[in-house]
Write a protein that binds this ligand. Structure first.
Ligand SMILES: Cc1ncc(C[n+]2csc(CCOP(=O)(O)OP(=O)(O)O)c2C)c(N)n1
Ligand code: SF4
Ligand SMILES: [Mg+2]
Length: 348
């Protein structure tokens, strides 16, 4: 009896013919169960699903367990693990030198809201085109779990020490600083985080994602407000986020009474099905008000909090050239004394 040979199944590929394996990174050295590992997975999937070439991406980070995580996704991309709290200026420089690259940055609550606050707020007001993810666990994980500036007042360390300082709400701050895309999610909320990451890849400007990411070693106990249990009990989404990329058919109907449709820069669509009746993610003042009000009620608000669908980014303001700076030829770099005289004359 003869058997027909079964052809091996072709591996699944994305719209540019790459496999998910092409987007993977090194093996994680973070603790098993750390929220940061789940976020690396979601980033890997988002870039794969959106079909972005890994070689066109710069991964930026500061210092911390969170800032180590770019090593665990997209090994074929460029990567810069910079200095504690100084990643925004390194990323701004890199993006100004080459506007054709995409940038995804991973930072921690300590890296951003403590030592890095000065640089962070200027990144936001400049609208540097990059995705900035804060893996927010309320502690300095890498240096053994001291409170960070996002730890809630009254929350407790494992040792029993109580935090007596008020928390900085990174999202409320970002909205106030003029950020053009602000979202909060939870490392355990696979669907919401994936959707927001994909939408982030279609935005022109800084995307700030504050992702609550429990530290299982130092901040996942009773009395913590950044633990898995606390998040499961207190997360309150402003709406269900849906996303239709520009390369897919937009035909799916939606009810304009319950859903807000936002067309993004590249033609993709974000669809927010409102869970809070009057929530409008394009209203900056209302978004800030909602965050403060719900926080006072003990909720951790997640979802797409604010978006400016027509933002102008740093390249627009500076009128940067399309050509990467290292491709400029001698004639462009050394224009000669006549060009210098013209510049000097204009300054008189
Ligand atoms: C200039 C400087 N100051 C302090 C440190 C020590 N340090 C390393 S990581 C870190 C905090 C990291 O916390 P976070 O950004 O929240 O990352 P996590 O480890 O929690 O993911 C600190 C204080 C340092 N590396 N450099
Ligand atoms: S110490 Fe905390 S933040 Fe660092 S890897 Fe372990 S669980 Fe994650
Ligand atoms: Mg931290």
């Amino acid at each position: 009896m003869s058997t027909t040979p079964v052809a091996p199944k072709a591996p699944k590929t994305n719209r540019i013919g790459l496999q998910i394996l092409d987007y993977r990174g090194g093996k994680t050295t973070l603790c098993a169960g750390c929220g940061h590992n789940a976020i690396s997975e979601r980033i890997t999937e988002a870039f794969y699903e959106m079909g972005i070439k890994p070689e066109r991406v710069m991964k930026m980070s500061g210092i911390g367990c969170s800032s180590k995580s770019p090593a665990y996704f997209m090994s074929r991309s460029f990567s810069f693990n910079s200095v504690h709290g100084r990643m925004p200026s390194v990323a701004t420089g890199a993006l100004l030198a080459n506007k054709t690259m995409r940038s995804v940055a991973v930072s921690g609550d300590g890296d951003t809201a403590s030592i890095g606050m000065g640089q962070f707020v200027h990144l936001l007001r400049r609208n540097v085109p990059m995705i900035y993810i804060i893996e927010d666990n309320g502690v300095y994980g890498l240096t053994k779990g001291q409170f960070s500036a996002t730890a809630d007042i009254g929350s407790k360390l494992k040792t029993g020490v109580v935090n007596d300082l008020p928390a900085i709400d990174i999202c409320a701050l970002a909205i106030q600083m003029g950020a053009t895309f602000v979202g909060r999610s939870f490392s355990g909320d696979k669907k919401q985080l994936s959707t927001m990451l994909k939408a982030a890849l279609s935005h022109q400007g800084t995307v700030l994602l504050d992702v609550i990411s429990p530290c299982v070693t130092f901040n996942d106990h009773e009395g913590s407000t950044k633990s898995y249990k606390y998040m499961q009990e207190h997360e309150e989404a402003v709406g269900e986020v849906g996303f239709v990329p520009y390369f897919e058919d937009i035909a799916v109907e939606y009810d304009a009474n319950t859903t807000i449709d936002v067309r993004l820069h590249d033609g993709s669509h974000l669809r927010l099905r409102k869970l809070h009746e009057d929530y409008d993610p394009t209203d900056r003042v209302a978004a800030m008000h909602h965050l403060h009000e719900r926080k006072a009620a003990g909720e951790i608000v997640t979802g797409l909090l604010y978006i400016d669908p027509e933002p102008e980014d740093l390249h627009h303001h500076l009128d940067t050239i399309a050509l990467p700076l290292n491709r400029l030829d001698d004639a462009a770099l050394v224009p000669g004394s006549a060009a210098l005289a013209k510049v000097n004359a204009a300054l008189r």
